[in-house]
Design a protein around this ligand. Structure first.
Ligand SMILES: Cc1cc2nc3c(=O)[nH]c(=O)nc-3n(C[C@H](O)[C@H](O)[C@H](O)COP(=O)(O)O)c2cc1C
Length: 186
């Protein structure tokens, strides 16, 4: 198994999403001791923002294409994903590699075989029936984005309410860690 592990939180050791991606990767490695893991901390080593259309042969793209499983730490920043993560995502959308156009203009994704697991963290509560569910442009973006690449069943391990006091943060983290350790890992 080839596993690509991506973190994007700017919060360092305090980050909930970093703790969650670490727990998810630990779980996958326990079940797959031969797994080869590539790790990127996009806050420490940012992927450059696009200046021209993404290159077909970029290392970022090739690593993604080679991965069987991609574990992504995705905090909500200003209702969306961190710009560090968006810069990484922008490198992967390459016609003929990750998606294609048909003659009729329709599009299809080419990455159908991959498993995507997202550690989603947010300070407030956005899961329906939250009255602000429609303001979630983080999980909904990731869902649409990966569906565009052919992966329609993105798995979310979620901790919400992390900015609403120590007790809620602790409870959210514990529940999400439990979900991570119960993940299907074979
Ligand atoms: C720059 C910034 C913007 C944020 N914007 C939002 C937001 O729009 N909505 C929200 O619920 N929480 C927001 N938060 C709170 C984070 O989503 C929350 O603290 C989360 O736990 C961050 O993930 P992390 O713990 O992995 O760093 C923001 C935090 C930061 C640092």
């Amino acid at each position: 198994m080839k596993l690509l592990h991506i973190d994007s939180s700017i919060a360092g050791q305090q980050s909930v999403s970093r703790q969650l991606t670490a727990a998810i990767v630990r779980r996958l490695r326990e079940a797959n001791p031969d797994a080869v893991v590539i790790y990127h901390d996009l806050a420490a080593e940012p992927v450059e923002h696009l200046a021209v259309a993404p290159a077909a042969g970029s290392v970022t793209l090739e690593e993604f294409l080679a991965a069987d499983v991609v574990v992504i730490g995705a905090p909500m920043y200003n209702l969306g994903v961190p710009s560090q993560l968006k810069a990484w995502m922008d490198r992967l959308v390459v016609a003929g590699r990750t998606f294609y156009y048909t003659e009729t203009g329709a599009q299809g994704g080419l990455c159908g075989g991959k498993r995507i697991i997202v550690a989603s963290t947010r300070g407030g509560f956005y899961t329906a029936p939250s009255p602000i569910a429609a303001m979630d442009h983080q999980e909904s973006h990731l869902q649409s984005y990966f569906a565009f690449l052919g992966i329609s069943d993105v798995e979310f391990i979620r901790a919400e309410g992390t900015a609403m006091g120590d007790e809620l943060r602790h409870r959210a983290l514990e529940a999400a860690l439990a979900a991570a350790s119960a993940l299907e890992a074979e």
